[in-house]
Design a protein around this ligand. Structure first.
Ligand SMILES: *Cc1c(COP(=O)(O)O)cnc(C)c1O
Length: 393
């Protein structure tokens, strides 16, 4: 029994690759090569070196003493907020750009919602001198002007998706169309543990550096590799997959997944996929997703752009279905308060996504001697205007 993907990309009942015929050659080439490439000594060396010198890894594992005191348990923060570009997403884009080079690709495409993955992709393309095209919904382009400017400054071309709701899912459709038309020279960098196999597994492996580091760091600090719990917010689920990875099959370590309840799970303005989702296929993968009775994907809502996704990756759908992980959903209000609390207790302003993970301590109690590691997936600089509006700063 494993909670990892099998070689066909199944996580229990979920995952696999459900793709249009015309995409098959692209996905199949990647599937047949990714593990081999990731095992090459030259790949490992280049990946590790870039994570160290460019991203700034290992990121610290920080004992948050005042937060721990307040909630009467031992809380460690894994500081992905200190990564170059401000979040964990760069771990994955570094990995995929190196795969793209080894597949002989000279052009990269990506989809982005809030722009964070677009920026992480534009960054590694600049680093490698590779052409970068980012698809982004027209509505999102208007909402996320600073990230659009970052991508342009980094040399990327940002193409607006003008169909449908003009948001992330429409940008994804445009990116897939592009990939079908450019199968030879283009690699598609997906930004989370979603999409057809092998993406969820490949992205989880790149992000697994997070739990690999936690094991060593916790051994140093606590004399044991295993915390009692690992906690992360789940949008698509890549930062969560990263901090769960090396603990997935270890029943001694509890897994907690935190979703965005938006204005409340049943208000119609929510992104609490495990509570609201049903089995379906999105972006080439079978998973849980928010949909109407006749299978139309419903528009998700969260105050944090990174959690505003109608599905979750197949790994997480399986963790939910099997009961391996405990799922908790957190409202906008609770997340905003937890963000402010971390700022005031620890001097760290978290991304609002990460603030959702921190918000569980109000209601979910832990024992005093338990060690809880929370993945602080990103920093709050990008969310300053949301904090300003919310707290009237
Ligand atoms: C994008 C993002 C997320 C959500 O994406 P996952 O794939 O679920 O990790 C969470 N936190 C931050 C800071 C992000 O930028």
């Amino acid at each position: 029994m494993t909670y990892q993907a099998d070689e066909k990309g199944y996580y229990g009942d979920f995952g696999r690759a459900f793709i249009p015929e015309m995409l098959y050659p692209n996905v199949e080439k990647l599937r047949s090569k990714y593990l081999e490439i990731m095992k090459e000594a030259s790949f490992r060396k280049e990946f590790d070196q870039l994570l160290k010198d460019y991203v700034g890894r290992p990121t610290p594992l920080y004992l948050a003493e005042r937060l721990s005191e307040k909630y009467k348990t031992k809380i460690y923060l894994k500081r992905e907020d200190l990564c170059h570009t401000g979040a964990h997403k760069i771990n994955n884009t570094i990995g995929q750009i190196l795969v793209a080079k080894r597949l002989g690709k000279n052009r990269v495409i990506a989809e982005t919602g809030a722009g964070q993955h677009g920026v992480a992709t534009a960054t590694v393309c600049a680093l490698m001198g590779i052409e970068c095209v980012v698809y982004m919904g027209e509505v999102d382009i208007a909402r996320q002007a600073p990230n659009v400017a970052r991508m342009k400054l980094l040399g990327a071309t940002v193409i607006p998706a003008k169909s449908g709701s003009k948001t992330l899912k429409d940008a994804t459709n445009e990116a897939i169309r592009d990939w079908i038309n450019n199968p030879v020279n283009t690699h598609y960098i997906i930004g989370s543990v979603v999409g057809p196999h092998p993406y969820p597994d490949m992205v989880a492996r790149f992000q697994s550096v997070i739990s690999e580091e936690v094991k060593t760091q916790l051994k140093e600090k606590e004399g044991r590799e295993n915390p009692d719990y690992v906690v992360a917010c789940v949008g698509g689920g890549s930062n969560a997959a990263g901090i769960y990875f090396h603990y997935l099959d270890n029943p001694e370590v509890g897994i907690i997944a935190v979703e965005a309840a938006g204005k409340g799970i049943f208000t119609g303005e929510s992104a609490a996929t495990s509570a609201l989702g049903k089995e379906g296929i999105i972006h080439g993968s079978k998973t849980l997703l928010m949909q109407t009775a006749d299978g139309q994907i419903t528009e998700p809502y969260s105050i944090s752009a990174g959690l505003d996704y109608p599905g979750i990756g197949p790994m997480h759908a399986n963790l939910f279905r099997t009961g391996r992980a405990e799922f908790i959903s957190v409202t906008d209000d609770a997340a905003m308060k937890a963000g402010q609390e971390l700022a005031r207790l620890e001097g760290i302003i978290p991304a609002i996504e990460s603030a959702h993970a921190l918000a569980i301590f109000k209601d979910r109690k832990f024992k005093e001697d338990e060690v809880v590691v929370v993945n602080l997936s990103g920093r709050g600089d990008k969310d300053l205007s949301t904090y300003i509006d919310y707290f009237n700063l």
